[in-house]
Design a protein around this ligand. Structure first.
Ligand SMILES: [Fe+2]
Length: 279
């Protein structure tokens, strides 16, 4: 159909026809059912991408991330929060997923992890955290370890500095990095408690995160301004702290004078035992 003819049709019919003529073509050999599942569930809308959801807990401004293989339905949760465990489980059930691993990026001070409660509710679920965190978990992670879910995986990069046991989880294709509190959007985690060290944090971000491809998406553990995602290139260019020299960075971090997190006295002890303390 020529575009001149399309333009003469009524607007609604015209736009419907345009949509139809620009529909994605299904590659030969790919079944309709598979193509539909990719369109419904793949956050990045590419056949090779994992299913991806970013979830938010508003009291502590924490992001929880759900990743899954659209074929095998194996799923991983990163940084679940105690108060939003039921919401996360409902989504997992609605999407027909099988949650196999719940990971933490570090031992949090501002909220209680949902990992312990999830383990009670999901048979066979394994928890994972850095071996340097001092926290109990089924899987004690080290630099270079990988967590697989179907044909996808998350690679572990140790990024200490905010705490000793901070890690960044990077998807196998290096398109997404879950940086915890090591690197936030235009910011970074504080370094004035829980073994914090601005020198170590600066080194971690520059060596382990800024060495990722520039287009790699940065998904942090928190955001307090409504931002949801950044990239390595963006943070290398615009992060007001980590674009400075190490000396300037240390000075900034040593002079933040932040109040103590409200929940630190209950969160840290609870998170050291997988969130099961006094629950
Ligand atoms: Fe933290």
């Amino acid at each position: 159909m020529s575009s001149a003819l399309l333009n003469r049709l009524k607007p609604a019919v015209s736009s419907a026809l345009r949509l139809w003529s620009s529909r994605p073509t299904i590659p030969p050999g790919l079944s309709l059912r598979y193509a539909a599942s990719v369109r419904l569930y793949s956050g990045l809308m590419e056949p090779a991408a994992p299913l991806f959801r970013q979830l938010f807990e508003s009291e502590s401004c924490t992001y929880t991330y759900l990743l899954a293989d659209p074929d095998t339905r194996e799923a991983v949760l990163i940084d679940p929060v105690l108060e939003t465990v039921d919401r996360d489980l409902q989504l997992i059930q609605q999407l027909g997923l099988n949650l196999t691993v719940a990971l933490n990026t570090h031992c949090h001070a501002d909220h209680i992890t949902g990992t312990g409660l999830l383990k009670k509710k999901v048979f066979g679920l394994k928890s994972g955290i850095s071996k340097h965190s001092g926290a109990a978990a089924d899987i004690q992670l080290s630099d270079g370890d990988s967590i697989t879910f179907g044909k996808h995986c998350l690679m572990v990069r140790e990024t200490p500095g905010h705490t000793d046991g901070c890690v960044t989880y990077v998807t196998g294709d290096q398109r997404m990095a879950f940086t915890g509190d090591a690197l936030l959007i235009r910011g970074c985690g504080r370094t004035d408690f829980q073994q914090g060290s601005p020198h170590r944090l600066y080194e971690s971000v520059h060596q382990k995160i800024f060495s990722l491809p520039g287009h790699c998406f940065i998904y942090p553990a928190h955001d307090y301004k409504g931002q949801t995602v950044s990239t390595v290139d963006e943070e290398k260019k615009f992060n007001p702290r980590l674009t400075k020299t190490v000396e300037e960075f240390v000075k900034i971090m040593d002079n933040l004078n932040l109040p103590k997190p409200k929940k630190i006295d209950i969160s840290v002890p609870a998170n050291l035992v997988c969130g099961l303390h006094d629950i």
